[in-house]
Design a protein around this ligand. Structure first.
Ligand code: HEM
Length: 434
């Protein structure tokens, strides 16, 4: 996975024996020890590592939960209560897994936003980005199916609403819905196939992550300047520099995660999911998990017919389109400059995009009526305009700021600037002087 020249030389007999047969230690050494990374990576670049940690945590807690869970509509809800009360540390496992899903999404959103800010998707990293988009889609499907398993009210009604979208698709819509449900309504066959797929998909995600990291190691990481590595002074070895930084990022992230697990474990969930599913009692508001809310708002923003497309199908197209557009980002951004650091206008529109996405999420949690719908329509417009109008046009007309010639020059310039703002008389640190 290193993509470059190997510097590994086994020092022991067993090391040489292994190297001649299956050079796994060489692969690990070249990918995670001697692998060169830009010397100016900041903490935004630790989220890939954090995501790997979260994926592992989800798989491990999920496997143990599955040892106690029963995927039958008459027993699923009770089996989850049994995990919470009777299984040793079952409450911890379940809270880790449920909050873990949320924290996995927090990390992936920061990771994607980092990519959009620093232009990580630009050539030659298009495939790396697309593999990321595939991971994100798989994560969404996994999260959705997992939420159905406890067989609470939101599980049941969420599944009913979401699978109902598919009926908007002309000709094949009803057939797709029945295939998903295993029948004509959410019931035992639905629960069983969702459980089977919820167990399978994380391993598919793990497989795509391997491809993602492989692609990354072929093209190398970007960095906040967006300037490619030009000389040896631009890089440092992955270990210890990036490993220590990643480990520190992970520890801080795990502390916040632990706070949620131990102090506010139900903060991100919905109280209705502690009521067993009842097909005769519809909850007042059916809301998906927080990480789907922006897309839910986009779905419900389309309240009008567009030519032959009725509003229901229009909403479904807009919702899937809002994710599909991510795949085309490498070609939508026409700017020659990669990083937002040197693009003042893009930076402004980017932060507006982030604020707008959070606002859309909030709108998704509100009932689809009155001014909420109108605001969601404006927000949906900005969401698409950012990708389809701002990215292509701004790249052609924006005047970027002056850029340093290399990563090393950027780092030295920053250090010089740091030295010049030292208060008069204060001793500059050795790093700043150097
Ligand atoms: C399970 C989910 C994921 C895992 C485990 C993962 C893992 C990683 C790792 C370890 C890195 C290198 C460290 C870093 O730059 O943070 C990375 C980089 C990257 N990831 Fe992901 N990733 C995931 C999801 C995604 C998604 C959803 C996207 C985009 C839609 C994405 C796009 C990228 C890009 C473009 C880079 C290169 C960054 C750069 O060098 O500027 N990743 N990923």
């Amino acid at each position: 996975m290193s993509g470059g020249h190997s510097t590994y030389s086994p020092t022991t007999g067993i090391g040489r024996w292994m190297d001649a047969r299956m050079p796994l230690p060489r692969l690990i050494h070249d990918s995670f020890i001697s692998y060169p990374v830009p010397r100016n990576l900041n903490y935004a670049y630790t989220f890939g590592g954090i995501l790997s940690l979260m994926l592992a945590a989800q798989i491990i807690t999920g496997i143990v939960l599955a040892m106690h869970y029963v995927s039958d509509t008459t027993l699923a809800f009770q089996s989850v209560e049994k995990i919470m009360r009777d299984v040793n540390s079952g409450w911890l496992l379940r809270y880790m897994h449920a909050n873990g899903a949320s924290f996995f999404f927090i990390a992936v959103y920061i990771h994607i936003m980092r990519g959009l800010y620093y232009g990580s998707y630009k050539a030659p990293r298009e495939l790396l980005w697309i593999l990321g988009c595939i991971i994100y889609l798989l994560m969404m499907a996994t999260g959705f199916m997992g939420y159905v398993l406890p067989w609470g009210q939101m599980s049941f009604w969420g599944a009913t609403v979401i699978t109902g979208f598919f009926t908007a698709i002309p000709l094949v819509g009803d057939w797709i819905q029945q295939l998903l449900l295993g029948g004509f309504a959410v019931d035992n066959p639905t629960l069983n196939r969702f459980f089977a797929l919820h167990y399978l998909l994380p391993f598919m995600i793990a497989g795509v992550v391997v491809l993602h990291v492989w692609a990354l190691h072929v093209v190398g990481q970007t960095n906040p300047t967006g300037i490619e590595v030009k000389s040896k002074t631009d890089v440092v070895a992955f270990t210890p520099y990036a490993t220590i930084k990643d480990a520190f990022g992970m520890i801080v992230f795990v502390f916040v995660f632990a706070y949620f697990i131990f102090y506010i474990p139900n903060f991100l969930g919905h109280p209705d999911n502690y009521i067993q599913a009842n097909s005769l009692k519809t909850p007042a508001h059916i809301v998906p998990e927080w990480y789907y809310l922006p897309f839910y708002a986009i779905l419900r923003a389309i309240t009008f017919n567009i030519g032959p497309i009725d509003s229901k199908l229009g909403g479904v197209i807009a919702m899937f389109g809002s994710i599909a557009v991510l795949f085309f980002v490498p070609w939508l951004d026409t700017s020659k400059v990669r990083s937002a650091v040197y693009r003042p206008w893009y930076k402004l529109f980017f932060w507006l995009f982030v604020a707008n996405a959070i606002f859309l999420g909030w709108l998704g949690s509100r009932p689809a009526e009155g001014s909420y719908v109108i605001m969601a329509q404006f927000s949906t417009f900005y969401y698409f305009a950012f990708f389809l109008i701002i990215m292509p046009v701004l790249g052609l007309i924006e005047t970027p700021r002056r850029m340093p010639n290399s990563i090393t020059e950027a780092v030295l310039e920053k250090n010089k600037a740091g030295a010049s703002v030292q208060p008069a008389g204060a001793a500059a640190s050795p790093e700043v002087k150097g």
